[in-house]
Design a binder for this molecule. Structure first.
Ligand code: PLP
Length: 395
């Protein structure tokens, strides 16, 4: 006897994975260079040289110590270094005991959700949202996932819709800025307004409402703007971070949960994150990459390439007639599709071997996600194909 809801999750691959596999099969027919795979968010910029040096230095030491178990929540010296780095950048007062190291943001989110979910709880996600949230919340933490529709004019927050979704069962709101898939970065005004609304609702319902801030793209921002550091605006924030994108290390699985001491019941909350990690079997994040993260604290890959790609793609597509909110961060563009049925549009794009993901998958129909973490040359060669596609719609 098998758990059929898990079998369904295993059998029904996400559209992104389907497209990725489809791209591989097309590559065998038309050649890799003729498949324009904009489906997956796998950084194409190499990890900085500091990562290579850190690996060399660490592997030159005692292998037993290096590859052994660390504390369940991560090595104490690593957590201290990462906390110091946050304090230096954001003027905070964290200690290593605020951090729980995880196998990437996916594990961090799963630990955070399971740490706070109680029977009957609701978690609010704001479209467009990372599709795995729903699975982590419902199949993982056993809570209800409530989706608030997108503010399509700028991909900030539709506060009227959010206010309607909040109720006494709301345990947490999940935000993701810079955003996958819209590339929007929440402004200080948006974060302040969100903090104000949640504080008001906490007062009304008489219990904390946690803000889970999913931040794997924290450093990938353009045009000199600054992304507000959310715990400075709202005390009941739990941060989930990952080095997958900032250091181009998605396959190494390293990230953390930050439980600020200002959060309600923070000692209990941190214990619950540790407990969730234990229940999920997520203890002791990869030890070599804990050390690499500490040695590379505060550094990033060369993200200027993403800005070049954003400009090329955004300018090219909008000139052709595609309508799009200009992304200020992450490495995704989220234009409107040229027909309301985004799935039909993305299917039609395949005719030109353009692989883009329907917005419906992110809770925002009528859009497509284009991951531009690809070679700039790939974008240059794809633009004429996007033009041909637009011409089919009379643009
Ligand atoms: N959250 C968002 C918004 C993401 O885009 C991703 C990965 O693409 C994740 C979480 C998961 O990140 P990780 O690979 O670190 O588990």
């Amino acid at each position: 006897m098998i758990n059929q809801s898990m079998a369904a999750l295993g059998n029904n691959r996400s559209t992104i994975r389907e497209l990725f596999e489809y791209g591989n099969s097309r590559a065998a027919v038309v050649g890799r260079e003729n498949v324009f795979d904009f489906s997956i968010g796998n950084p194409n910029v190499p990890a900085p040289d500091a990562v290579r040096r850190a690996i060399l230095e660490e592997t030159a030491g005692d292998p037993v110590a290096l590859h052994g178990y660390t504390s369940a929540q991560g090595a104490a010296d690593v957590r201290r270094t990462l906390a110091d780095d946050l304090n230096r950048r954001f003027g905070t007062d964290y200690t290593g005991d605020c951090l729980y190291l995880t196998a990437g943001a996916a594990a961090a989110l799963s630990c955070a959700f399971q740490a706070i979910a109680c029977p009957g709880d609701e978690f609010i996600v704001l479209a467009p949202y990372f599709p795995e949230y729903k699975m982590f919340i419902e199949s993982g933490a056993g809570a209800k996932c409530v989706v608030v529709p997108p503010a399509v004019q700028d991909f900030q927050i539709d506060f009227a819709a959010l206010a309607q979704a909040l109720n006494a069962r709301t345990k947490a709101i999940v935000i993701n800025s810079p955003n996958n898939p819209s590339g929007a970065v929440y402004s200080e005004q948006t974060i302040r307004r969100l903090a104000g609304l949640l504080a008001e609702k906490e007062e009304q319902y008489g219990h904390p409402i946690y803000l889970v801030s999913d931040e794997p793209y924290r450093e990938i921002i353009y045009d000199g703007i600054e992304a507000p550091f959310v715990p400075q605006y709202y005390e009941n924030t739990i941060v989930c971070y990952s080095y997958s994108k900032s250091l181009s290390l998605p396959g190494e699985r390293i990230g953390y949960v930050l439980v600020p001491p200002q959060a309600a019941d923070s000692a209990d909350l941190y214990a619950a994150v540790c407990g969730a990690g234990r229940a999920l079997g997520y203890v002791c994040a990869p030890s070599l990459f804990q050390r690499v993260a500490a040695r590379c604290a505060g550094q990033t890959s060369d993200i200027t390439v993403y800005q070049t790609n954003r400009d090329l793609l955004y300018n090219g597509l909008t000139e052709m007639g595609y309508r799009c909110v200009k992304p200020q961060g992450a490495f995704y563009l989220f234009p409107q599709t040229l027909e309301p049925d985004d799935r039909a549009f993305c299917e039609r794009a395949k005719k030109y071997d353009l692989l883009v993901v329907p917005g419906t998958d992110f809770g925002a129909p009528g859009h497509m996600r284009i991951s531009y973490c690809v070679q700039t040359e790939t974008i240059r060669r794809a633009l004429p194909l996007f033009k041909k596609l637009a011409e089919e719609y009379g643009c």
